[in-house]
Design a protein around this ligand. Sequence first.
Ligand SMILES: [Zn+2]
Length: 333
Amino acid sequence: MPRPANRELLGSWLLRLSYGLGASVTDVLGPGGLDVDWRACPQLLARLARETGRPRAELERMTLSEAHRAAVRGDFAHSKGGMFAGCHAYCPACRMDFSTGLEPPVSTIRDAGIWRLTCATHRCFLDSLEAAPSVPPRRAQRMSRLAPLGRSQPTQAPAFARAFERAADRARRGKRLGPAWRVREPDDFIAAARELANLSLVQLVFRACRISAASILMLDPDLARHGWGRLHYDDQLIDALPTWPRVRALASAGLLLLAPQATRRLKVAHWAAARDPLAKRLLIEQSPWDLAAQTWNRGTSELVLERCNAWPERLRTPAATACRAALGRFGLR
Ligand SMILES: [Zn+2]
């Protein structure tokens, strides 16, 4: 039986426990996908304590509502997951340090925040458990020897993504931001980041090709290939996304929020993923707003133009300019 890791979430430990037993996590939790990362009912805690021999108080401290008593559920990632609802974020580099990579990774309270993008130790992007296959555990164990659960290869987070994570943390504590950001008032920054993350996930579908602003800004075609994003704007989308697309959508929002001088200072055009010559040229020659607007269809550009009327001026101007230019290419403005 695996011991709970330092600050491990209850759902993560139960997944590892059931995996080791060759059982399904729903055998342990019952059907219905209880959100045990947030709260576990007294009956479940009593049963788990009895059957695993671990103190009930220890198990309860592995839930977010107990570990962060002043918090609300919306402060933490919340996705349906392949098998049960929860936070599901983990660091692929931490996983490589502590396990063989064959068993499910450990998700911790530290990485559970909805604005967390990177591992504080390794500075790589967090990944999600959602890639875990929804097949019987015995078969999953066999499959995992061929292809470990999750995506597993760490991706070093670029400086702008870590700067955005720090800025979001500061804004959530009510502190004003510096000149690196187009929006500096804390509440406005959070509202704009949410809105831009949702907008950056709107997909343009052209025959077999699906692209979104997030996929092009993060130079990550997989983001669209996996179907994250919608043709229609959804202002709640970011709240329920799995870690992997959420992290990239938030990083995209960060790029759109960066002031031009910070885009240069943080060497946006030189981050590792931009080694592809075409992508690098695009990032040097075009602003993130121009790149993003190229992926939007007519309806989305018009939506951005409409919504940006309510944004602070330093954000509204580049958004409107880029969208008008994109619409101009359609001969619409
Ligand atoms: Zn790590």
